[in-house]
Design a protein around this ligand. Structure first.
Ligand SMILES: [Fe+2]
Length: 206
């Protein structure tokens, strides 16, 4: 079963002015598409892996054949990370979470502002390309960062929220100002989806 590029649930210009239209077009239509195409190429002739979901492929990355493992990390990670990233954003979103997710954030990071600052900090400290994440690890919330397209699934963590800090995610509008992009990004976070991922992770279903 070939992996496919998911459609966006909103128009390319829907996240303006926080994420610009051209960045969305190129990021989704070219970068993410390339990850999907190269993932499918890497999986050609790998019958045993054909039926596995992208999350399963990443969780079992250590069992992948040596010859394609790095291609799966780069492109499979790229596919999973971006699929989640599009779903985590929505027009007219932002604000703060409510319910169990908000309670868990408060219990773990003192308050929402500290949580946000720590996610931004992990994104700022990621040298070069990568991601800053809120994950569930050993049933606890944790902020981590990964390099390139490495996925938290690869180390048994469940990604609940993630922000792409590759330059392709922000350079057209923000140039070298990653901090400005990170601050603006919170205005498009769809907390409904993040709360669903939190609940699924706690139930062991993510
Ligand atoms: Fe990206």
């Amino acid at each position: 079963m070939a992996h496919t590029l998911p459609n966006l649930a909103y128009a390319h210009n829907a996240l303006e002015p926080f994420i610009d239209t051209m960045t969305m077009e190129i990021h989704h239509g070219r970068h993410h598409k390339a990850y999907v195409d190269n993932l499918n190429k890497a999986l050609e002739g790998q019958a045993a892996l054909a039926s596995k979901s992208i999350e399963q492929l990443l969780r079992e990355i250590n069992q992948a054949p040596d010859s394609i493992r790095q291609a799966l990390i780069n492109n499979g990670g790229g596919h999973a990370n971006h699929t989640m990233f599009w779903e985590l954003m929505a027009p007219g979103a932002g604000g703060e979470p409510t319910g169990p997710l908000a309670d868990d954030i408060k219990a773990t990071f003192t308050d929402f502002a500290s949580f946000k600052a720590q996610v931004n900090d992990a994104g700022m400290k990621r040298f070069g390309s990568g991601w800053s994440w809120l994950v569930l690890a050993d049933n606890k919330l944790k902020i981590v960062s990964t390099a390139n397209q490495e996925s938290p699934y690869m180390t048994g963590q469940a990604p609940i929220l993630g922000v792409d800090v590759w330059e392709h995610a922000y350079y057209l509008k923000y140039q070298n100002k990653r901090a400005d992009y990170l601050n603006a990004w919170w205005s498009v976070v769809n907390w409904k989806v993040v709360a669903q991922r939190h609940a699924m992770a706690l139930a062991g279903k993510l």
